[in-house]
Design a binder for this molecule. Structure first.
Ligand code: EPZ
Length: 444
């Protein structure tokens, strides 16, 4: 059993100020006066689910990394705090983040940071590949139901990681370097695919992942790492090859646009009526979403600058929406699209196939007058254009919170969305972007 690497002392001062959970993230709420048309242009922010694994990847780089198009959202702030805890030097200037991990000396992620962001587990592979030792706490249950990491741990164990679990803390250690493995995922887990890539880039030999996730954010991570000297092929397909290299340099890199945020603004335009150009998006990332937006009765136009969506506010039901791994309909857009279907005439049926509990927003939508029946993985929405009226509702998770803003835009009267700090985890300045397009929305 390997001991903790020389020189690693968990009593080292944590680089970030010790903070309480509440002390980190300011509580906020959004107040919306509904039924204002949207017209104008919304520039789409950088992708949260790209920048987070890429920031984890900077741990592997021996020289400076400069990342552009980084969204101003609290999950990124949390990831930056984690990097600083590990001894990385991180600077932020607007949407550019610079990371230098040359003198990284840490290996433990403090519990309160793990609790702030469940996806911190993706640092596990990177810290292990860099130091041979890693300490995180179990992400635990959260707003999306259980968030197990068994697929992550099984895969990293096949690469040489020895795992100890006690009292909710996970310790991973390995004789350096990790070794390659042929890994078949029982489910195409996005996070597990990313963890294996991050562990494999400095491993001895070529790691093969079959049945891996194919999301665009996986491709973005691989592109970034290859720019730093990694040798990854197949990202975006269902088999990825990672040929281990000795070291990674730094690079400059710009993160892809956030397809989930874009889909949310499409739903917002659909319920509000009007015409909005979603600028800077990668059209092919949204094929499954634009198909449904058109079925709902909106016009979609591909322009040189992005995707233009127009709606007369009269929406049609979506007979059956099943969330699937990419390139299927994304689970992260289920909540905003459910809000949209509340305004569509007729019955829309959702089947949530990815997470075992992702309908908490439905109960809040019902407080606004929506008629939604939940039967396990299935949600049945009886839509009606006139039905929703403003109310005080509570966000319980990021995308559920966004769905309440979408509902508030289409509802009569004033909607107050409490728990806005969940929305702030993934949506940069949502009140500014929507307000500039004509919505009556303020953030308190
Ligand atoms: C990523 O989460 C995204 N987060 C999620 O976005 C997204 O909903 C999800 O992928 C699916 O697309 C980030 O990229 C930071 P998974 P992740 O591993 O990696 C089960 C948002 O709103 N599972 O693909 O956690 C798991 O419980 C967030 O931006 C295991 O059972 O998702 C879930 O049911 C929410 N064991 C399913 O697989 C494991 O070891 C998909 O999870 C790992 C996952």
């Amino acid at each position: 059993m390997t001991e903790k690497p020389d020189g690693f002392d968990s009593s080292l001062p944590v680089h970030a100020k010790p903070h309480t959970k509440k002390g980190c993230i300011a509580l906020s709420e959004y107040v919306i006066n509904g039924r204002r048309k949207l017209n104008g242009v919304i520039d789409i922010q950088g992708a949260k689910n790209s920048i987070l694994p890429i920031l984890a990847g900077t741990v592997l780089c021996q020289s400076e990394v400069i990342l552009h198009h980084c969204p101003n959202i609290t999950d990124v702030e949390t990831a930056v705090r984690i990097l600083r805890c590990l001894g990385c030097v991180v600077r932020r200037d607007g949407t550019t983040i610079t990371v230098n991990s040359r003198n990284m000396h840490g290996y433990a992620i403090p519990d309160e940071l793990m609790r702030e962001m469940r996806s911190s587990v993706m640092f596990l592979g990177a810290i292990l590949a860099r130091t041979g030792y890693a300490e995180i706490s179990l992400p635990g249950g959260c707003e999306l139901g259980a968030r197990p990491i068994d697929i992550h741990l099984n895969a990293l164990s096949q690469m040489g990681m020895i795992v100890e679990e006690n009292h909710g803390k996970i310790t991973g250690r390995t004789v350096m370097p990790l070794h390659s493995a042929n890994i078949n995922l029982s489910f195409p887990s996005v996070g597990a695919t990313e963890n294996i890539i991050l562990a494999g880039v400095l491993a001895r030999g070529t790691t093969v992942i079959t049945n891996c996730a194919r999301e665009p954010e996986i491709v973005d991570l691989a592109d970034f790492l290859n720019r730093c000297g990694a040798k990854i092929t197949g990202a975006g397909d269902s088999i990825i090859y990672i040929e281990g290299v000795d070291t990674l340099s730094g690079t400059q890199y710009s993160v892809i646009p956030d397809r989930i945020v874009c889909a949310t603004y499409m739903a917002a335009t659909a319920v509000s009526g009007g015409k909005v150009l979603l600028r800077g998006v990668i059209k092919s990332h949204l094929d499954s979403v634009t198909t449904l937006i058109q079925q709902a009765g909106c016009e979609v136009e591909y322009t040189r600058e992005g995707i233009s969506v127009s709606s007369d506010g009269c929406l049609k039901k979506l007979r059956l929406i099943r969330t699937m791994p990419y390139p299927g309909f994304p689970t992260d857009t289920q909540a905003p699209f459910m809000a949209m279907c509340c305004f569509a005439e007729g019955t829309s049926v959702f089947v949530e196939n990815i997470f075992d509990s992702r309908y908490r927003h439905a109960y809040e939508l019902c407080r606004m007058g929506a008629e939604i029946d939940i039967q396990g993985k299935v949600a049945i929405v009886e839509g009606n254009r006139e039905h929703l009226s403003g109310s005080v509702v509570e966000a319980k998770d990021l995308r559920g919170g966004a769905s309440l803003i979408v509902a508030g835009l289409g509802a009569y009267g004033t909607t107050t969305v409490k728990g806005g700090q969940y929305i702030d985890r993934g949506y940069e300045k949502i009140e500014e972007y929507l307000g500039n397009a004509g919505a009556d929305i303020v953030k308190i």
